[in-house]
Design a protein around this ligand. Structure first.
Ligand code: 5GP
Length: 228
């Protein structure tokens, strides 16, 4: 069978199109946290509030949870297909998390960035380290912390999608994940989702204005000066 390509992994709800204003390269916003810190809710809120950012949809070998949709939450693939994508260089980064393989399809992200579209990533510290090596200039790294250990445990239990074993596993992994906080640019303590969303939006707005992302700046300033 021919090797699958990343062009199968289109980002949801986005078509290349025209944009207005100063040309800008998109940025990669990574949001990492231990499981249960509220990352999924915050990501959804950001995506609903801002139509210039798109979620990167990862490939994974983990089975779907109830309610998860292929192509929306993840692309659910076999270990063989995952290995083919990885070996063909079609993943921007990949890691093993809780015994399953996860990876970011490369092409969809690169297309979005060069079209001036921002991409949100829900990936762990291992993937973030890899993106730091390959795409440091495009990367904005945000780490979400729970306000307390009790809060994290409660959120993991009320989520109730995982077995007790998995909850225990995630609790013991949380401390390892949190130990990587120093590798991130921004830290949000997720006491209140509205407050966190406001802060995340502020980070995004400021990062969008970084001079190095404004690819059309030289000609914009030239036109400005020519007119003076
Ligand atoms: P879950 O199975 O609960 O959806 O995700 C488990 C963990 O895998 C989360 O911490 C999530 O951030 C991480 N993860 C999801 N997709 C990717 C990916 O493409 N790459 C990496 N490195 N981690 C991922």
């Amino acid at each position: 069978m021919a090797a699958p390509t990343s062009s199968h992994f289109a980002l949801p709800g986005w078509k290349p199109g025209s944009r207005s204003g100063l040309a800008r390269r998109g940025l990669m916003l990574v949001l990492s946290s231990p499981s249960g810190a509220g990352k999924t809710t915050l990501s959804r809120r950001l995506l609903a509030a801002d139509d210039r950012i798109t979620m990167s949809v990862s490939v994974t070998t983990r089975p779907p949870r109830p309610g998860e949709q292929d192509g929306k939450d993840y692309f659910f693939v076999s270990p063989e297909r995952f290995a083919a994508l990885r070996d063909n260089g079609e993943l921007l980064e990949h890691a093993t998390v809780f015994g399953n393989l996860y990876g970011t399809p490369r092409q969809a992200v690169e297309d979005a960035l060069s079209a001036g579209r921002d991409v949100l990533f829900d990936i762990d510290w291992q993937g973030t380290q890899q993106l730091d090596q390959s795409a440091e200039q495009d990367l904005v790294k945000v780490f979400l912390l729970p306000p307390s250990a009790a809060d994290l445990e409660q959120r993991l239990r009320t989520r109730a999608q995982d077995s007790e074993d998995v909850v225990q596993q995630r609790m013991s992994k949380a401390s390892d994940e949190i130990s990587h906080f120093t590798e991130y640019d921004y830290i949000l303590i997720n006491q209140d989702v509205d407050d966190s969303l406001g802060k995340l939006t502020a980070i995004l707005q400021a990062e969008r204005l970084k001079r190095r992302r404004l690819t059309g700046l030289a000609s914009f300033v030239k036109d400005l000066r020519d007119a003076l």
